[in-house]
Design a protein around this ligand. Structure first.
Ligand code: IDP
Ligand code: MG
Length: 150
């Protein structure tokens, strides 16, 4: 079953929105298979956001993501990369639909609360940055057949 990486960014923790945001992902029908609280350092942040290293927002992005604790979550579910992306909403909260996490909780692109991998390939790479294989507990839910037909 497909897997993806979510990061709840420092603004989510500072604003005490960890519970509400995790709830939305759980309620969608996704399964948490790994979860940890950590503080990213410069090296980890630069690796995670390496695709953006030439962008003008790279430095502030790294500064922000390392500015406080984050929560890293490994999720599993049918089409979960796409499901997480559309549950998050557009990158810029100003453009994100109401009913999405960014649309309901954010107003600034530099404080958009959550990261989600943008493809199955990047999910694999990003999960490898934050989780050891032994830290992922897969396919443990008895309820799965009530959420996913097959
Ligand atoms: P995503 O998080 O929706 O996948 P990306 O394009 O991968 O968006 O950008 C990574 C992060 O960089 C965004 O979540 C946002 O925090 C920040 N970011 C992206 N574009 C801008 C921008 O134009 N200005 C400031 N920050 C940006
Ligand atoms: Mg991205």
């Amino acid at each position: 079953m497909e897997k993806t990486l979510v990061l709840l960014k420092p603004d989510t923790l500072q604003r005490s929105l960890v519970g509400p945001i995790i709830s939305r992902l759980e309620q969608r029908g996704l399964t948490i298979i790994g979860l940890k609280l950590l503080q990213m350092d410069n090296a980890l942040a630069s690796k995670h956001y390496s695709a953006h290293e030439d962008k003008p927002f790279f430095r502030p992005l790294v500064e922000f993501i390392t500015s406080g604790p984050i929560v890293a979550i490994a999720l599993q579910g049918k089409d979960c990369v796409a499901v997480v992306r559309n549950t998050m909403g557009s990158t810029n909260p100003v453009e994100a639909n109401l009913g999405t996490i960014r649309g309901d909780f954010g107003i600034d692109i530099g404080r958009n609360l959550i990261h989600g991998s943008d493809s199955v390939e990047s999910a694999q790479t990003e999960l490898g940055i934050f989780f050891d294989k032994s830290e992922l507990l897969e396919e443990y839910k008895d309820i799965s057949s009530w959420v996913i037909e097959s």
